[in-house]
Design a protein around this ligand. Structure first.
Ligand SMILES: Cc1cc2nc3c(=O)[nH]c(=O)nc-3n(C[C@H](O)[C@H](O)[C@H](O)COP(=O)(O)OP(=O)(O)OC[C@H]3O[C@@H](n4cnc5c(N)ncnc54)[C@H](O)[C@@H]3O)c2cc1C
Ligand code: SF4
Ligand code: SF4
Ligand code: SF4
Length: 689
């Protein structure tokens, strides 16, 4: 006998006793499941496979519903999707797990930090660079200059000191470059499509790196003689030597990038011409226009970025002995430290807010001070005049008022506090702006700080034109520019492939809400305290006498030692967890029903698997697998309601419950609750591994 039914408008005839799920699979229709284990009695516990059957008032689980003659099934109606979404939101309401390591969640490029660090810790350097290259272009340059937002998020900060993550990816990149055959990723076959990239700074270079890998030809147009943007013409060599940058640019060239240097958008070509020739354009022109001092006599000041560019190109201006740098960001620190290297005897930074409000990394401030730069806080210029002896800079003292739009406290002038500084050079390092008038002239939308582009896709208002990096954000950070290049490449690839342009797929990152002391203790249980390995630096005498790189790379033994401090946080199954991928597919609000969550704990007693009860979704797949495999003790669902969890009966250890079905259980577990020890690297930490 045969049963005929209709699923999503398609008729299918199957044997009686077949489930709706099996009949749908027969037709090639996917119904998501989590608790279903082929060949094992269904439990219908997760309700993610819910479908609508005509004539029934409630939804039915497809895994446990036998087919019936004339049945009409709908697997993807609005009601079905809503029910699945709610089922997932309920499953996640008390989840105690963390998909992504806290360090990686802080990196603007979303680098898989535990993944690459594991490569270094185990001596698998090729793996380290491959993991890095997936998310981060220019890792050697960024390892030197990135403000390392990730390190503040490192879980080890709660134990001893955060991991030296930047130094480690610099190590991986430098080491790779030293090999006879540096890593060159496999590129897809040529698509015959070409992309014009305007600007060969970090954003443009990163876009080329990822587009070339997809098989699209790339030509980078740049007004400067050499690629690198601010990494070459802004950041001084003592922080980023040009040969380190060159090596990374060469890797992109080797992938097939073409460079047309000395070609300026606005004078040498128009956007309309580029669009006609290439069809698709990525605008990565950065924020290159230096801002003036914004006070009377500002024409007597040198622009910070112009000064640094002259230093970078070997034609520094003469500064005299007393130099004042106005500003509190990276440009100001770089100008001051460069001036000190060029022989200025008194270098003073003038900043209108306090030390806490300085927008550059604090170790930059400390390095400048160590090199003799004096930092004068809460002081702002009022007037600049030239006289026979040099320059007179009139300043006034400031105090901090209420926070402004940026969240930083506003500087307010103190009446009658004027004072005058006599000096030979004043350098304005106030900030840089984007050439928005050029963009507007070509029909592009603009914002208050740059070219207007969709946050997720980086598409502009012109079809086929994308923009990213400082050009969109205003003067910002290299790591965000590199991330923008990668996101733009994903969108451009979709555009060129005729797919909807949605940008990179974003998986929700489930994070545990506050961890209490007992949980913290559980996380650190197996971890020994160990100090961060220091990054070597050249001696002070050598620093001021040259533009030699100050921070040296970690020696191999130190790099491996530092890498071994990593606790490999983040979930073992973050890339294959069904809960997470379905949460993405159904666009769930992971905190919609968030209530009291489970407690984090970790069972490391089994030699093959790790059990983290807080991630268990009570689907009982493992219980059924253990029983089917003939385990003597096996597993059981213990407790009631939200407190129900999987455990070995009679309080026996996991190794006794699962003597031979452990691997099978871990592989079938739809979440990271049961995971193979080898799914990730280290077994000592965390909310996760
Ligand atoms: C002095 C200084 C120090 C810094 N220090 C740090 C740091 O320590 N850490 C950090 O993370 N970030 C730092 N930054 C910021 C960082 O350099 C930038 O965020 C990053 O370079 C932006 O990358 P981008 O590719 O968007 O733009 P850019 O690097 O500015 O590159 C833009 C490119 O476009 C080209 N271009 C511009 N206009 C045109 C045109 N009309 N036609 C053709 N080509 C054009 C330029 O020549 C340039 O090569 C610093 C910036 C400066 C200025
Ligand atoms: S790019 Fe910066 S934030 Fe990201 S991992 Fe490297 S140092 Fe950390
Ligand atoms: S210990 Fe390792 S994985 Fe954990 S937060 Fe720190 S760097 Fe990231
Ligand atoms: S089990 Fe899944 S959802 Fe939970 S932390 Fe791990 S990857 Fe994220």
């Amino acid at each position: 006998m045969i049963v005929t039914l209709t699923i999503d408008g398609r008729r299918v005839s199957v044997a009686p006793g077949t489930t709706v799920l099996q009949a749908a699979q027969w037709l090639g229709i996917r119904i998501p499941t989590m608790c279903h284990v082929p060949g094992i009695e269904p439990a219908a516990s997760c309700f993610v496979c819910a479908v609508q059957i005509e004539g029934r008032r409630t939804l039915s689980p497809a895994c446990a519903m036998p087919v019936a003659e004339g049945m009409v099934v709908s697997t993807d109606s609005a009601d079905v999707r809503t029910a699945r979404k709610m089922a997932l939101e309920l499953l996640l309401s008390d989840h105690a797990g963390e998909c992504v390591a806290p360090c990686a969640a802080r990196c603007p490029a979303g680098l898989d930090i535990p993944g690459f660090v594991y490569g270094i810790a185990t001596g698998d350097h090729r793996r380290a660079i491959e993991v890095i290259a997936e998310r981060l272009a220019l890792p050697g340059s960024l390892g030197r200059i990135c403000p390392r937002l990730c390190e503040e998020g490192c879980r080890r900060c709660d134990l001893d000191q955060g991991l030296a993550i930047g130094a480690l990816h610099r190590y991986a990149a430098d080491r790779d470059m030293e090999t006879a055959a540096p890593y060159t990723p496999q590129c897809a076959p040529a698509t015959g499509k070409s992309v014009a990239i305007v600007g060969a700074g970090p954003a443009g270079l990163a876009a080329a790196w990822y587009l070339l890998r997809k098989g699209h030809a790339c030509t980078l147009f740049d007004a400067h003689p050499q690629p690198g943007g601010m990494l070459r013409y802004g950041i001084p060599a003592y922080r980023l030597p040009k040969d380190a940058l060159d090596a990374e640019v060469d890797a992109i060239r080797r992938l097939g990038a073409r460079f047309q240097m000395g070609a300026r958008w606005g004078s040498d070509f128009t956007l309309a011409e580029l669009r006609q020739r290439h069809g698709t354009v990525f605008l990565a022109i950065g924020a290159q226009r230096a801002q003036g001092l914004r006070c009377e006599g500002q024409e007597h000041a040198l622009a910070g970025t112009e000064f640094l560019e002259r230093v970078a190109t070997g034609t520094p201006p003469s500064l005299g002995r007393d130099v004042v740098v106005v500003g509190g960001g990276n440009t100001a620190m770089d100008c001051a430290r460069s001036a000190a290297r060029l022989g200025a005897q008194n270098v003073r930074i003038l900043y209108r807010r306090g030390r806490q409000e300085m927008p550059c990394a604090m170790d930059e401030v400390e390095s400048a001070e160590a090199e003799g730069v004096h930092i004068d806080l809460l002081a702002a210029p009022v007037r600049l005049e030239r006289n026979a002896n040099g320059l007179l800079l009139t300043c006034q003292r400031m105090t901090l008022g209420e926070p402004g739009a940026s969240g930083r406290r506003r500087p307010v002038a103190v009446a009658g506090s004027d004072f005058v500084i006599e000096c030979s050079t004043v350098i304005a390092a106030i900030g840089q702006a984007v050439e928005r008038t050029l963009a507007e002239r070509e029909g592009l939308g603009v914002t208050g700080w740059g070219i207007a582009a969709d946050e997720r896709t980086l598409a502009t208002n012109l079809p086929g034109v994308f923009a990213g990096g400082d050009a969109v954000l205003g003067a910002d950070l290299a790591v965000r520019a590199v991330a923008a290049g990668r996101i733009a490449a994903a969108s451009i690839h979709q555009y060129l492939s005729g797919e909807p342009v949605t940008g990179e797929p974003a998986m929700p990152g489930i994070a545990m809400r506050p961890i209490d002391d007992a949980e913290r203790a559980a996380i650190f249980r197996a971890i020994e305290q160990s100090a961060r390995v220091p990054v070597p630096r050249i001696p002070m005498e050598q620093r001021l006498a040259s533009f030699d790189e100050v921070e040296l790379g970690l020696p191999p033994d130190d790099a491996a030692r530092e890498a071994r401090r990593c606790m490999t946080c983040g979930c073992r199954k973050q890339d294959c967890c069904l809960v997470r991928s379905l949460a993405t597919e159904y666009d769930v609000d992971v905190y919609r029903f968030a209530g009291a969550r489970r407690r984090f704990s970790q069972d490391l007693s089994h030699p093959e698997i790790v059990y983290e009860p807080g991630k268990c979704i009570s689907c009982d797949a493992c219980v059924r697998i253990a029983a089917a495999a003939g385990e003597t003790l096996g597993l059981a669902m213990i407790g009631r309601g939200f407190d129900v969890t999987v455990a070995v009966p009679f309080g026996r250890p996991l190794s006794e419950g699962l003597r031979h079905a452990a691997r099978q259980c871990a592989e079938a577990c739809p979440s990271g609750a049961l995971a193979l020890r080898t799914a990730r690297s280290c077994d000592s930490c965390s909310l996760s591994c």
